[in-house]
Structures are given as C-alpha cells and as structure tokens.
Design a protein around this ligand. Structure first.
Ligand code: FAD
Ligand code: UDP
Length: 394
C-alpha cells in the first residue's frame, strides 16, 4: 500500500469527472494519484450493478451515453466497447403513448389527419425540416394554429412533468432546461440525435474499473474526503499536512466549504425499483408521465442494457423533490437561476483563492452537465494542468 506522502495529486470523487482526470494525470502526467470516494463503489451516478433478482440496473437512474464530441467518444472507447442503443421515450398522455420529444409522429397521433397535415406544413414552412424548436420558441409564434399546437405541447408534455421535476412551472426555470427536449420537425423517434450513442457493452462500472486500472492510481472508497481534507486559506491540507499537488474536487462545493454562504439549492430523487414477473413491462426504455402520476418517468433497464432474461424485469420510478441536506440525500440537479448562480459564484470565488484546488463536475461546477460534457471538461482541465506542469519544467 502506498503511503499518503507518496501521492502528488488528489482527486475527490470517482464519477466521470474524477475518474477521467485521475486517469489523465496518472497516465499522461506520470502523477501518483489518490482518489477518495465517499460511496462504497466507483462510477458516481453512472454506477450500474446487478440487483438481487439478477437484473442489471442503474442504481442512480437511467444513464444513456450520447455525444457529438468525437474526442470524448474515442477517449471512452479505450475503456469499453459499445452496445448500439438508440434511446426512445414516449409520454403517457391521456391513454396514448406519444413519442417524446414531440415530433411528427406525435403530431399525427394527437390530432385528426387534416389538422395534423396543416400543422406539419406550417411547421415546415416556418422553421424548416429537421429543425429542433424549443417549447418557448414555439409558444412565441404568432400564428394562431401554431400557438394552439404550442399550447397543446406545453400543457401535455411540459407543465405537469416540470412541476414534478422542479417544483415549478416551465417558464420559471432556466430556458436551457426545457430546451434539452425541443420539438423535432421530423419522424425521427429517438430521444437524442447525437452522432454517437449507446451503452457501454459490459456496463458503466466496468468502464470505470478499466479507466481507474492504472499503476499510478490508488482508489479508496467509503472515505468522505471532508474527514481528511482541510482548506486553510491558500493551502490544502491532507491528513493535516500541506498538499501542494493538484487537488481536483468533484463533490458539492457548498459542502466543501461547510456551507459558508448557505446551502445551495438542489433537487434530489427517490428511486423506487420494482421487479415484475414478466419478460417486459413496457414497450420503450422510458415512459414519461407528463399528465398523471406522482413520479416523472418509468425506465425499464432491459431495453437499455440488452439483458436477456425470461420472466422477470426491473423498472425504476423516479420521484423528484427538494434537497434538504438530511438523511443521506444525494443532490442530483443544480437549480439554475440567477439567485442560485450568484450564491454559487461566492463559493467559486472562495475556491479560486486556493491555487491548486480545481472544481470539476456537475456538483462542483453547479451545472446541468451530461456525461459527455463532463468527460470533455475533465479532459480540458487535465490538458491545462499537464501543460502547466510542462511549462514549469522548462
Ligand atoms: P457524480 O457522478 O455525481 O460523481 C461525483 C462523485 O463524487 C460521487 O461518486 C460522490 O459520491 C463523490 N463525492 C462527493 N463528495 C465527496 C466527498 N466529500 N468525498 C468523497 N467523494 C465525494 N447524463 C447523460 O449523459 N446521459 C443520461 O442519460 C443521464 N441520465 C441521468 C439521470 C439522472 C437521474 C441523473 C441524476 C443524471 C443523469 N446524467 C446523464 C448526468 C450524469 O449523471 C452526470 O453527467 C455525471 O454523473 C456527472 O459526473 P460527475 O463526476 O460530475 O458527478
Ligand atoms: N421535460 C418535460 N417533459 C418531458 C421531458 C422533459 O417537461 O416529457 C422537461 C423537464 O423540465 C425536464 C427537462 O425538460 O426536467 C429536461 O428533460 P431531460 O429528459 O433532459 O431531463 P433529465 O433526463 O436530465 O432528467
């Protein structure tokens, strides 16, 4: 076992942010990297495993990889092969299952033929084939027919789901959030249109095992870094001793600073897993409940993972609520609004006073990042740190 003094780089958190940074600093920079992870496993929220019924599940909610960033795809492809999977989602809307994002199939299922044909033509003429139109953009359209359509989509796809997910109406959350699911002017039924999409063939946890399997990386799980790490002005102390190397922190930034500027607002989720005695439970990977039910969506893992097993299947229902910081809740989503970003900025400015401390990841940066964006961000931070290291040598 390596002695604590033999490390020259510290990474807090073994999710995508921490694992990619650790791998890069270890393999390209020759750093001896210590990774501290508070959970009893690696992988962060992308962690997957078998449940007690033998079904392969995502413990922290469904994760589908998708990106247009070739560098990210090629990078992760060093550690996994991919199972081709194109995620499809339907909304359970008053007894019908309509494709989401709302597209031309949804349009024709929701409206009588003549009306649907008229709306399709107007959408094509106004925005162009294949365009993605956010609900806010569609609602601004002055045409009476398109306005009525926008209202239909707003009411049936966004209002109730958003109320459940964020505790507020779609107009009161950051526009970038609903813009993640724009109406799609085509018959493409996929949830994502990215160039590369799929699932790690043997799962995310195996991908992480491969990424962290390097002689220069030591991972300690079940360790809350806060019990070993202190920040005193410009200095980071590890076990009471100044740690001069890069410290990459991927946890919640308010927790790092003992909530000095108050607790940042987040949404947390309760995942309710159920195993059913049938081979498949639903027709699609995910069904969104946009007008009914207290949960936002049901995901059936077998669609995502491709696991073949007769006679049973595991699903997960997601219930969203305000994060309180109690009872081992996990902060899953930053709530983006000017007030919260201002509060975050105080933490960021405080962290910036410690030159070797780097905030990275969805929690540390208080951002709504997908996995690919985190990998890209971790690669660019690693590039920058390795360049600085090179410059010091010259
Ligand atoms: P995390 O995965 O949260 O990792 C941070 C790690 O740091 C955690 O393991 C945590 O335990 C650890 N940590 C925190 N504090 C400490 C501490 N004090 N000491 C030690 N360890 C600590 N993205 C997609 O691209 N596609 C999807 O389909 C998708 N689905 C999602 C579904 C849900 C329900 C959620 C919540 C997110 C989804 N995401 C998806 C986003 C994805 O989860 C994130 O982009 C990714 O996990 C972020 O990686 P990260 O390393 O920043 O954070
Ligand atoms: N959304 C919605 N209805 C849907 C799907 C999405 O209202 O059927 C809104 C909702 O506000 C959600 C946001 O769009 O939080 C982003 O959806 P996405 O599927 O990207 O959320 P994630 O998978 O990140 O939870």
């Amino acid at each position: 076992m390596k002695h604590q003094g033999s490390f020259d780089c510290l990474v807090v958190g073994a999710g995508f942010a921490g694992a990619v940074a650790a791998r890069e600093l270890a393999s390209r920079g020759g750093h001896q990297v210590l990774v501290l992870e508070q959970r009893d496993h690696i992988g962060g929220n992308a962690y997957d495993c078998y449940d007690k019924e033998g079904l392969f599940i995502h413990q922290y909610g469904p994760h589908i990889f998708h990106t247009n960033d070739k560098r990210v795809y090629d990078y992760l492809s060093q550690f996994t092969r991919w199972r081709n999977y194109q995620h499809k989602v339907v909304g359970a809307i008053h007894g019908q299952l309509l494709p989401i994002p709302f597209n031309f199939h949804s349009l024709h299922a929701a409206f009588p033929p003549a009306q649907a044909a008229l709306l399709e033509q107007k959408l094509m003429d106004t925005y162009g084939a294949g365009r993605k139109v956010t609900i806010l953009e569609l609602r601004r359209n002055p045409d009476a027919d398109l306005k009525a359509l926008a209202e239909y989509v707003y009411q049936n796809v966004f209002v109730y789901y958003t109320q459940k997910q964020w505790g507020t109406a779609p107009d009161e959350i950051d526009p970038s959030v609903t813009a993640r699911v724009p109406a799609l002017l085509s018959r493409d039924d996929r949830y994502f249109q990215d160039m590369y999409q799929g699932m790690p063939e043997a799962g995310y946890t195996k991908l992480f095992e491969a990424m962290l399997d390097h002689p220069n990386i030591t991972v300690e799980t079940g360790i809350d870094a806060k019990t070993r790490l202190q920040i005193q002005g410009e200095t980071v102390l590890l076990d009471g001793v100044p740690f001069p190397g890069p410290v990459i922190y991927t946890g919640a930034v308010d927790a790092l600073f003992d909530h000095a500027f108050g607790q940042l607002p987040y949404r947390t989720l309760d995942f309710v897993f159920e195993t059913h005695p049938q081979t498949f439970y639903q027709t699609h990977g995910t069904v969104n409940y946009t007008v009914s039910e207290p949960y936002t969506r049901i995901t059936e893992f077998k669609h995502l993972t491709g696991q073949v097993l007769e006679g049973k299947t595991t699903i997960v229902k997601e219930y969203s609520r305000a994060y309180t910081g109690q009872n081992a809740e996990i902060p899953y989503y930053a709530i983006l609004n000017p007030q919260n970003l201002e509060q975050y900025e105080q933490y960021r400015a405080l962290a910036a006073k410690t030159p070797n401390l780097h905030l990275l990841g969805r929690l540390a940066e208080y951002r709504y990042y997908n996995m690919d964006a985190i990998v890209a961000q971790a690669l660019s931070l690693s590039d920058r740190l390795l360049k600085e290291q090179e410059n010091k040598k010259i």
